[in-house]
Design a protein around this ligand. Structure first.
Ligand code: FAD
Ligand code: A2P
Length: 369
């Protein structure tokens, strides 16, 4: 008897887990059904809740949006006011040689009257414009526009704010014993006062000057690459310019200019004059390739001058207020890079790392052609 009673008790106890399991299953089934009906379970709510939580910072960030968005530097500089398909027609006011006797080739300083433009043809120092040469190409189509760096400040050579000047070298080369003249450069160099010219632009923000009056500006130019530098230097040192814009340059400017002969140095008299008036603010270093020799006995190029002054240049570059501008022959870029690499390594720096950083910081400006 005792034996059979014990068996019943043990048998009853053995059913308890089965009964608990049964109730558990029913509950689970109920929950699963509810989940199917509502399309959500505890987990999914958590997941859904997460974005709600994550959304909170977005709300918190909203005031930043409400505050005035930081203005991109130079965002108000005009670009493409006149497109190549609808150019402005300017009038030539002067066209004279920028070279001295004995110089090689033909380089002209040409000024256009922009008055009557509607909208105004406004530009700033460091921009370029497009020129559409008169006539047609070999296929009977209008010539494609060619770009030229603007050599005047926004006030123009006459300070009236209604002209634009260029510095143009006539492209000439020999082919099969024949002299070939560049289409647009020849057209420009041969213009006379009163001629009408189709001008597009302005274009480009790569070569703009910084706003800060205490910036340092290093300029590396070959030939007509001097055009934007002339505009910068006029803005910095031409008395009437300073009076007009109240931008009082207080930094150091250093121009490296490459030309084949002394007679080819463009605007040299103006720059020498600025240097004599502002000796603390302007340095002017020339590389006259066919009259001077580098240390290896070759032609003196601006990269050779950069190497000579490497330490001073790098001391300036270490200052975040220093900007470097490069304009002119495309061929000078590898030479400049090589010189900078040598100069950098003398200071234990890696130019291949430094240059992209300078560019990203908006301190390395290059326009070569
Ligand atoms: P094209 O008739 O267009 O002939 C040029 C073509 O001739 C070349 O594309 C090439 O195919 C060929 N060619 C050239 N040289 C040789 C050679 N040695 N042998 C064989 N074939 C050759 N120029 C200035 O004078 N001043 C400036 O301020 C200036 N600023 C510029 C700014 C920018 C941003 C750019 C991109 C260019 C600038 N230029 C400047 C150059 C200018 O745009 C023209 O490229 C230049 O004037 C030649 O144009 P072209 O119509 O006279 O020559
Ligand atoms: P060169 O022609 O004697 O070799 P321009 O446009 O008036 O001809 O002036 C361009 C200047 O740039 C010239 O002195 C020219 O020298 C020089 N030049 C030519 N090739 C390079 C180069 N690869 N790097 C730097 N300067 C150069």
């Amino acid at each position: 008897m005792a034996y059979s009673e014990t068996k019943v008790v043990i048998g009853g106890l053995a059913h308890i887990p089965i009964i608990i399991g049964f109730f558990y299953l029913i509950r689970r089934q109920y929950s699963f059904g509810a989940m199917l009906r509502t399309g959500k379970n505890a987990l999914s709510e958590k997941v859904k809740a997460a974005p709600a939580k994550a959304a909170a910072p977005a709300k918190a960030a909203a005031p930043a949006k409400a505050a005035a968005p930081a203005k991109k530097p130079h965002s108000d500089v005009p670009v493409n006011t006149y497109k190549p398909k609808a150019p402005f027609t300017g009038t030539v006011t002067e066209n004279y040689s920028a070279l001295k006797e004995g110089a090689i080739g033909k380089v002209q300083h040409i000024t256009f009257d922009l008055s009557g433009a509607d909208p105004d043809f406004k530009y700033v120092e460091g921009q370029s414009c497009g020129i559409l040469a008169a006539g047609e190409d070999a296929k009977g189509k209008p010539h494609r526009p060619r770009l030229y760096s603007i050599a005047s400040t926004r006030y123009g050579d006459n300070f009236a704010g209604n002209t634009l000047s260029l510095c143009v070298r006539q492209l000439q080369y020999e082919k099969d014993g024949e002299t070939i003249n560049g289409v647009c450069s020849t057209y420009l160099c041969n213009l006379s006062p009163g001629d009408k010219v189709k001008i597009s632009g302005p274009v480009g923000k790569e070569m703009l000057l910084p706003d800060e009056e205490d910036s340092n500006i290093i300029m590396l130019a070959t030939g007509t690459g001097i055009a934007p530098m002339r505009a910068y230097l006029r803005r910095m040192f031409e008395p009437t310019e300073i009076e007009k814009h109240k931008w009082n340059f207080k930094g150091k400017a250093w121009l490296f200019m490459g030309a084949p002969k002394t007679a080819n140095l463009l605007y040299d008299g103006d720059f020498e004059h600025y240097k004599s008036k502002f000796p603390e603010n302007l340095r002017y270093t020339k590389a006259i390739s066919r009259e001077q020799q580098n240390t290896k006995g070759g032609r003196m190029y601006i990269q050779d001058r950069v190497l000579e002054h490497a330490e001073e240049i790098f001391n300036m570059i270490e200052n975040p207020k220093t900007h470097i501008y490069l304009c002119g022959l495309k061929g000078m870029e590898p030479g400049i890079d090589e010189a900078m690499t040598t100069a950098a390594s003398a200071k234990g720096l890696d130019w291949s790392e430094l240059r992209p950083k300078l560019r990203k910081a908006g301190r390395w400006h290059a326009e070569t052609y």
